[in-house]
Design a protein around this ligand. Structure first.
Ligand code: SF4
Length: 584
């Protein structure tokens, strides 16, 4: 067991979060001290600081604001204008800290508030339902340096709207209920129930959960680990925000049950930095369960059953949702995906057998143990048992959280959320699928359209090119930079779409888009790169007009070519027609 950066109680990310909060940046001196404290090199610390967008080496403002630039929380609700407005009110340039150190305002990727109207994070806390009036008041409070604790609490409220509940959201979990059943029937039978239920991972890839637990259990190692991936970063998804707050106990119980099956003593919840505001609540639930004898040593009085959980908070890197990148991050390193195989199930945290499942999967597992496999297996489709929780946002009357049996068709979902004149839906975030009306009879399932939960609606008024641009900017920003096809490819894709959108593109650029997309898709190292160009390929196939409409018939130069020849004309003392370019 390593004792430095991976040590649960003194995690390097937590040290850096604390430094960032206290000093608004991480100085060379602070890095040196951190390196000594964690017994690693200065360059390792510097690499971590550089990797995560929530850490900075230049001082941020005492009020540090991040506007979400997600298509849904940002673009669809006109966030760009709001950010400009606040910058003007406070006399600050986006991305810079004001000279007096009072305020800094930047953009960040989706913060999971897509159904709450335009939103921002201020010193890590979400402020939702932004409008001009609220921003004016915020600017006043910042100018007078009113501490956040004095601000109206309503500004920080996150109102969850759940429009459809099914298996999971209907449940009221009684602490200990699943564990009691699991302990009474034993680890073998508990694993068998998970296997019989047909449960598959809810993150989108859909690996068989029972099989994963079985492989991990069988894998030799000094220790086994359970990790909950609470790093939901797929832009447009926000259901974990609700699950982490209202179904926390079931999630922890699912993890504890998994620990029983695979023989783990230590677990982690890897919480996305954007959800840091949920930390006090999560700690309270863990403490309560320790007091109830449901975590720690001798769980429910069993001599040999010991398991506890630490929470590690991420720092604004979407790639850490990829399970091997998440494990790197847990180990206190930059979140660069590992080469797989070997998979985490045999070589995960500290090289030991590790289960990584997401929040929804652990909650489902807990309820399956309580209710039995048939309760779950009898809902859904052949390959996709149970239900899926969707985060719906964009152009619809009722943005919010919906739980459906797998197999629900897209048209049904659109009807339920009050979407009209729908042009397209993007399912599964920017890495997912863009579908037009001809495909609204397709189904949410692993057999057909798989999703981690993001469901974005675009009506006929939307310019899809702006959406593609937003997605391309997202990937160019979130590419971890490890491999060239993705690092360079996502940037070229972004430049290319910018060029077309700005009216400088020609037919040649469409060819370029296609080639680039295929290259990124096939040559990248991890899932981010493999999927980063999907939206472009879908768009070119189903909405070719999006890309062709703004094209120019000819290459148009950005400067006056004829004027550029003036010096040559002067040098040769010529100014006849042949010394000029043809003006057609
Ligand atoms: Fe990093 Fe992109 Fe390569 Fe994945 S595909 S390893 S995100 S650069």
């Amino acid at each position: 067991h390593s004792h430095n950066s991976g040590s649960p109680h003194q995690h390097i990310l937590h040290r850096l979060h604390a430094l960032q909060q206290q000093f608004r940046h991480i100085s060379p001196h602070a890095m040196q001290r951190t390196a000594a404290e964690f017994n690693i090199s200065l360059s390792q610390v510097a690499a971590v600081v550089a990797f995560y967008s929530f850490f900075s080496t230049q001082p941020r403002g005492r009020f540090d604001i991040l506007f979400s630039n997600c298509t849904s929380c940002g673009y669809l609700s006109g966030d760009q204008d709001l950010m400009q407005m606040l910058c003007q009110l406070l006399q600050v340039t986006p991305g810079k800290t004001r000279a007096d150190g009072l305020i800094s305002i930047s953009e960040t990727s989706c913060i999971g508030m897509c159904d709450q109207g335009a939103s921002l994070l201020i010193n890590g806390l979400p402020v939702t339902a932004l409008n001009a009036e609220k921003l004016t008041q915020i600017a006043q409070r910042i100018t007078t340096e009113s501490p956040l604790t004095d601000w109206p609490t309503e500004w920080f409220a996150v109102h969850d709207r759940i429009y459809r509940r099914d298996l999971l959201l209907m449940e009221q979990h009684a602490p200990g209920s699943a564990l009691q059943t699991a302990l009474a029937q034993g680890a073998d039978q508990t694993l068998a129930v998970i296997q019989q239920s047909g449960l598959r991972g809810r993150g989108g890839a859909g690996f068989d959960t029972g099989k994963k637990w079985q492989l991990c259990r069988a894998a030799p190692g000094d220790a086994h680990y359970v990790v909950c991936n609470a790093d939901e970063g797929e832009p447009g998804t926000f259901k974990d925000r609700l699950l982490l707050r209202d179904h926390t106990d079931a999630m922890v119980e699912g993890m504890t049950t998994c620990a029983l099956v695979i023989g783990a003593k230590q677990g982690f919840v890897y919480l996305r930095g954007e959800y840091r505001y949920l930390l006090p609540h999560l700690h309270a639930v863990l403490d309560q369960r320790r007091n109830q004898g449901l975590l720690g040593q001798h769980i429910l009085g069993y001599e040999n059953f010991e398991f506890d959980i630490d929470i590690v908070v991420g720092a604004g890197a979407y790639i850490c949702g990829e399970e091997s990148a998440l494990i790197e991050s847990l180990e206190g390193k930059p979140g660069i995906p590992r080469i797989r195989p070997p998979f985490p199930v045999t070589h995960g945290y500290l090289g030991q057998p590790t289960i990584v499942n997401n929040v929804e999967t652990f909650i489902a597992a807990a309820h399956i143990i309580t209710h039995g496999s048939v309760w779950f297996y009898s809902i859904g489709t052949e390959q996709s048992r149970g239900t899926k929780i969707l985060s719906i946002s964009g152009d619809c009357e009722k943005p919010g959280i919906y739980e459906y049996p797998f197999g629900v068709c897209i048209r049904q979902v659109l009807d339920d959320c009050g979407a009209q004149n729908v042009q397209a839906v993007q399912i599964g975030g920017p890495a997912g699928k863009l579908l037009g009306a001809a495909e609204f009879n397709r189904a949410i399932s692993f057999e057909d359209i798989s999703t981690g939960g993001s469901f974005l609606v675009f009506d006929q008024q939307r310019n899809l090119l702006a959406i593609h641009r937003n997605f391309a900017h997202f990937f160019a920003h979130e590419s971890c930079g490890f491999c060239t096809p993705c690092r360079v490819g996502t940037r070229l894709l972004k430049n290319n779409l910018d060029k077309i959108a700005e009216g400088r593109g020609t037919a040649h650029d469409i060819e370029e888009l296609k080639q680039l997309s295929h290259l990124i898709q096939h040559q990248s190292h991890c899932g981010l790169g493999h999927t980063a160009a999907h939206h472009v390929l879908d768009g070119l196939q189903h909405f070719p007009h999006t890309f062709s409409a703004p094209l120019q018939p000819h290459f148009t130069a950005q400067f006056d070519l004829d004027q550029a020849l003036e010096s040559a004309r002067q040098a040769t003392h010529r100014n006849d027609a042949a010394a000029h370019l043809d003006n057609e």
